[in-house]
Design a protein around this ligand. Structure first.
Ligand code: T46
Length: 138
């Protein structure tokens, strides 16, 4: 897997004088079926989230309110994305180290996941992650 596979995906936006509406259908607007949704909010100034990679899980992250930066790395290449609109998000494939930082006040980070929560799917140690991605491929 490569950081180049992480990409911004634009979502449908139904504009309306009553307020805009965006929707996401798993397997249509994002490249996986959605098994889990969670969101991060009330983030104190200067706090950072993430700092791990997933063996199998794919994710789609949206700034439903405010803004934050997502830094993704495949162990070799690093890319930084600023998320600040609720009508697009960042797709992150498996085996990508991610760090989320620079949260604006009142921001809400929503994540759609391809898998149920499973701690065994995480690399939480960067050295262990690097070791895995640098293993010679058979
Ligand atoms: C990711 C970033 C964006 C659960 O019990 N269920 C869940 O679905 C999740 C996501 C977490 N947890 C528990 C596990 C930990 O005891 O909540 C605690 C905090 O989780 P974590 O330290 O993994 O939180 P973040 O914000 O660093 O990472 C999360 C996701 O784990 C991760 O997949 O990409 O948000």
């Amino acid at each position: 897997m490569s950081a180049d596979q992480c990409r911004i995906i634009d979502l449908p936006k139904v504009t309306d004088p009553r307020g805009n509406l965006t929707f996401i259908e798993g397997g249509r607007h994002i490249p996986f079926e959605i098994k889990r949704v969670y969101y991060i909010y009330d983030v104190p100034g200067g706090a950072e989230r993430g700092g791990h990679a997933h063996k199998k899980l794919e994710q789609f992250i949206i700034a439903v309110s405010g803004s934050f930066d997502v830094v993704v790395s495949d162990g070799c290449n690093k890319r930084k994305f600023q998320l600040n609109r609720s009508y697009y998000g960042l797709y992150i494939c498996s085996m990508i180290w991610r760090e989320i930082e620079n949260f604006s006040s009142g921001s809400v980070c929503m994540a759609l996941s391809s898998e149920y929560y499973d701690e065994a799917d995480y690399y939480r140690d960067y050295a262990e992650f690097l070791n895995e991605v640098n293993k010679p491929k058979r």
